[in-house]
Design a protein around this ligand. Structure first.
Ligand SMILES: [Zn+2]
Length: 139
């Protein structure tokens, strides 16, 4: 079977084929994989992204919120989107499961989802503005 792409040889002498300009040697990358630890459970590019930001232990990863990892840019926009999702899911729950509890409770969840999400986004922005820290992923 013919190999696809351009034949390349890395500095360590491994021969590989790439159809793009990517110079990364798959054999060298495989050798760099940690044998243990949580990074050994991840594949690239997730592992290399964490290592780029010096997150190499589960303790360092635990120091970040889910939102800091997943929504680093424009946190308020992401908070409002989560609020909208919360409103829609709460409204669906209020209609579908109306007989499971008080009606006011289910509809209150739908009404406060966006303000609570906005408050969360605002607190996040204030926390990072006060500490001078930047979001984890910078561009
Ligand atoms: Zn190599």
């Amino acid at each position: 079977m013919p190999k696809k792409g351009t034949r390349k040889v890395c500095d360590n002498g491994h021969t590989f084929y790439k159809s793009s300009d990517c110079p990364t040697c798959p054999t060298c990358e495989k050798l760099k994989e940690p044998a243990s630890g949580f990074l050994g459970l991840l594949s690239n590019p997730a592992r290399n992204t964490l290592l780029y930001y010096e997150i190499n232990t589960i303790q360092k990863l635990a120091g970040y919120t889910e939102k800091e990892i997943l929504a680093p840019q424009n946190p308020m926009k992401h908070a409002i989107i989560l609020g909208i999702i919360g409103t829609v899911l709460s409204a669906v729950g209020a209609v579908v499961a109306a007989d499971l509890g008080p009606v006011w409770y289910a509809w209150t969840l739908a009404v406060i989802a966006i303000p609570i999400a906005w408050l969360g986004g605002k607190l996040y922005e204030m926390k990072h503005a006060a500490s001078g820290s930047e979001y984890i992923i910078k561009q």
